[in-house]
Design a protein around this ligand. Structure first.
Ligand code: NI
Length: 187
């Protein structure tokens, strides 16, 4: 399975609106191959999520793989989830700040406010309907990847750019300010 090139900030595809996937296309070999390639690419890049626009495909699909508590991103065989045509409904609760990074903005981290819980509607990679509530770090990843489908990146969500940091400096100076988030936790 090929590793796909990940587009970086400045590529116009990262700012475009992705199209809904025709459900009839989900079981086809090209779409299934795209998902497999995205999973492989996400793992290779040691990310926890990857959206199709990040590999230049303007479709509403992303893959993600939330690390379990204390787990490192190297544990590559953890569960991968796929969301096609997702819709998010924030649940009640104050916005929560935590660190995020992005495979399309290599080496930067920043504090981003997100909803602590979201109801997620969409399809899985077999076309089955999904309807669940995500919380915590999973909710954060889903909101980050969902934003990519709408041409939005985490920098747009930051309320204060003063927390922006390169990974090495973040590791050295800033890890105490959010939850204990692995430095490879990027999408
Ligand atoms: Ni990202």
């Amino acid at each position: 399975m090929p590793i796909l090139p990940i587009l970086r900030l400045g590529h116009p595809a990262l700012r475009a609106q992705a199209r809904p996937v025709d459900p009839a296309q989900i079981p086809t070999p090209p779409f299934q191959q795209l998902i497999d390639d995205m999973v492989e690419t996400m793992r290779d890049a040691r990310g926890v999520g990857l959206a199709a626009p990040q590999v230049g495909v303007p479709l509403q699909v992303f893959v993600y793989s939330p690390p379990l508590q204390g787990e490192k991103a190297e544990d590559a065989e953890r569960e991968v989830r796929v969301l096609v045509n997702p819709m998010l409904n924030p649940q009640s609760g104050e916005l929560v700040y935590d660190w995020e990074g992005c495979l399309s903005i290599p080496d930067l981290r920043g504090l981003v406010p997100r909803h602590p819980a979201i109801r997620v509607l969409g399809l899985d990679r077999t076309g089955r309907h999904l309807d669940f509530v995500a919380t915590g770090f999973e909710a954060r990843i889903i909101q980050h990847e969902f934003d990519h489908l709408n041409g939005v990146i985490f920098l747009d969500r930051m309320r204060d750019l003063r927390s922006l940091a390169f990974s090495a400096e973040w590791d050295r100076y800033m890890t105490g300010e959010g939850e204990d988030l692995d430095s490879t936790a990027v999408g």
